[in-house]
Design a protein. Structure first.
Length: 673
């Protein structure tokens, strides 16, 4: 279409092209690109701060976003405006008064680019001209808007719950006034994050303003508001009208082995949030499992929104939790669980990261157990330089604070760009605590499209997966979008069997119990040792730890429900702090806190073939929270803060030989102020 029409103006409703479905292929710059930049290009001075590190950015000179004065420019006159200013190509409405345009003749130097920007800004109808940046070869550039974000510093005492903390809003007000930017709003469900705007300021770009805020030293983090193109990770493959992912009769063993888990639980009582384009909750095979709370991340309101024509979220929801044993259509993996809808159109706009972050935050703050995210932004060779700290912060809060401190299980699809090499989608790759899921086909091979690489955790069925579609229909889809909800469903079965499992335990059990698939030619998966902080694992970059096994994972998770018992075989405990050094203790009191508790199992409990799961609990949670800071096989370390009253720290280690529980050595340590 863009090759035949010189100017195309899209309404906001047609931004589907930037969300789900086929991606738009943008023309490349004339320069030859490499991973470190563009050959022959002088590096620009653009950079941004990400978690204390300065990241250089490579300017794209073909596209810009313009902020127009809507009192002077209407949509119908955009074409004329662009013709006058030497712009062509698509004139795409991103959000409100923000429009993406193409420069007619991309300048050969940054100096020439800046001259064009200067000329555009001399026109009274244009308020801001905002840059795009390169992301690597064959990956579309990423834009910026007039918005950026800052995270306030925490002024409250240590241990204050996230939603009750005292954040430094005075610093925000003072710096916003001093630097001449406008505070737009607090980010929904994230009290430490605020959106700011440069529309009425002297700053040329939001990145400049964000950097200035960070460099004052008065703020914890900044986010430049990159306009990520988050889209669902689905591809179009031939239909296959059976749920082979649950029971593969054609190739036994290449399924999630769920029937044994169903003999234990159906997932009842567990809440799974589907962060997606919306769910048709009127569907007869979903309605009974609808959770009574839901949220629309775009508008920031309840309930969630379903848009006719958007089938992706309904398909994903059916894989996780379509009603079972109702003599209707299909059964979800956790067919007795509750589905919470977190809707978003997944269309590019200047606040997309903020909106998704609010949706994720709303979900964990409303007691969801699992977040399924079958979407992402395409990775690339240079992609690690581009982040949204705001979005990452919401995910980290869910991972850490969700489920009353046990942590939400966060599942992401690995993406569908595996045919081009070891590439995975963002944000699945930014935090190792996220379960990143790839796809296999019915014969057990890694799907040709399935994203893979160093951050891949697990694989699940993702080709020709039968599930629910809007209007009480069923049909098949393919993609890592379909693989991820298989794993989210397994996590739900595990938490239903044992609600006390921590996020870390769910993830490690799924990894540990995965089947080491090796279907042979053309793929032969060889698993290699992988050094983790919490254990030695075996792993392969194409299939992670292997194929998720629901029955094995549920059985191991269920056995971790045992409570501490002093009749079990004991363990050695030492307390390390100056000046006493290491000694054996049954009671810790007085002196300086925090203290370091070192734990080791007795020699009879040490075996190279054993698997070890460490757990700590207290008699006064959540007012006193020791931290399991390190564990490796038969040894562990715990940081113990000062308690307000005498309390007990329970220490357990679950020892497995394969899938058989061997022993649960336990220790009760009394701690006093």
């Amino acid at each position: 279409m863009m090759n035949t029409i010189k100017f195309v103006i899209f309404s906001l409703s047609t931004l589907l092209l930037f969300g789900c479905g086929d991606a738009i292929n943008y023309p490349n710059n004339s320069q030859e690109k490499t991973c470190s930049g563009t050959k022959g290009m002088t590096p620009s001075s653009y950079y941004y701060w990400y978690r204390g590190k300065k990241n250089e950015l490579l300017l794209n000179r073909m596209y810009v976003n313009v902020v127009v004065d809507t009192t002077l420019v209407k949509k119908a006159s955009l074409k004329l405006l662009c013709e006058e200013l030497g712009l062509e190509g698509e004139v795409t409405s991103n959000q409100g008064n923000l429009f993406r345009v193409k420069i007619k003749e991309p300048p050969v130097s940054i100096a020439a680019y800046k001259q064009i920007i200067k000329k555009l800004l001399q026109d009274a109808r244009i308020q801001k001209v905002l840059p795009y940046f390169e992301r690597g070869e064959s990956v579309e550039p990423i834009g910026t808007s007039q918005f950026f974000y800052v995270q306030l510093k925490d002024l409250s005492p240590e241990g204050t719950p996230y939603l009750m903390k005292n954040y430094d809003q005075e610093a925000l007000s003072e710096e916003a006034e001093r630097l001449g930017v406008r505070v737009v709003k607090q980010v929904d469900c994230m009290p430490d994050w605020f959106r700011l705007s440069i529309e009425d300021s002297e700053y040329e770009t939001a990145i400049d303003a964000a950097n200035r805020f960070y460099e004052t030293g008065r703020f914890r983090e900044i986010d430049p508001g990159f306009m990520f193109s988050f889209k669902s990770t689905t591809v179009n493959d031939p239909l296959l009208s059976q749920q082979w992912g649950l029971k593969n009769t054609a190739n036994p063993g290449y399924d999630i082995n769920v029937e044994g888990a169903w003999s234990i639980t159906s997932g009842s009582g567990v809440k799974i949030a589907i962060v997606d384009q919306g769910i048709d909750f009127s569907h007869g095979d979903i309605a009974a499992n609808k959770y009574y709370l839901s949220y629309d991340a775009k508008s920031g309101t309840s309930p969630s929104i379903f848009t006719v024509g958007k089938s992706h979220g309904t398909h994903v929801a059916g894989i996780v939790g379509a009603v079972g044993n109702n003599s209707l259509q299909i059964a979800g993996v956790a067919y007795g669980g509750s589905i919470m809808g977190i809707s978003h159109p997944l269309q590019v706009n200047g606040t997309i990261s903020e909106e998704l972050a609010s949706g994720i935050s709303w979900a964990w703050q409303h007691n969801v157990d699992i977040l399924n995210n079958s979407w992402g932004d395409q990775g690339g060779q240079c992609y690690n330089n581009l982040h949204s700290v705001l979005l990452e912060s919401s995910l980290q809060n869910a991972l850490t604070n969700g489920r009353n401190g046990r942590g939400c299980v966060v599942v992401f699809a690995a993406g569908n760009y595996g045919a081009s090499g070891a590439v995975m989608d963002y944000p699945a790759t930014f935090d190792d605590r996220i379960l990143a899921v790839g796809s296999i086909g019915v014969t057990g091979y890694r799907s040709s499209f399935s994203g893979y690489g160093s951050k891949l955790d697990i694989v699940a069925p993702g080709e020709n997966i039968l599930s629910t579609l809007p209007g009480n229909q069923t049909g098949t889809m393919s993609g890592t979008s379909m693989a991820a909800p298989h794993v989210a469903g397994v996590a739900a079965l595990m938490l239903a069997a044992n609600p006390q499992l921590t996020r870390e335990e769910v993830v490690r059990i799924i990894q540990r119990t995965a089947r080491k698939i090796s279907p042979g030619s053309p793929y032969t998966y060889q698993y290699y040792p992988r050094d983790y902080m919490f254990d030695d694992e075996t792993w392969n970059q194409e299939v992670g730890h292997g194929l998720v096994d629901a029955t094995a994972a549920v059985m191991m998770g269920q056995s971790l429900a045992r409570t501490p018992s002093l009749n079990d075989t004991g363990m050695d405990v030492t307390v390390s702090y100056s000046p006493t050094g290491n000694q054996h203790y049954s009671t810790v009191s007085g002196g300086s806190f925090p203290k370091s508790v070192n734990v080791s199992l007795l020699p009879a409990q040490v075996n190279a073939s054993y698997i070890y799961f460490w757990r700590i609990s207290t008699s006064s949670y959540p007012n006193w929270s020791p931290t399991l800071t390190f564990c490796h096989q038969n040894v562990a370390n715990i940081t113990v803060p000062a308690p307000t009253t005498t309390t007990t720290l329970y220490i357990q280690c679950f020892i497995y030989n394969g899938s058989t529980l061997v022993d649960v050595p336990s220790y009760a340590l009394t701690v006093s102020p």
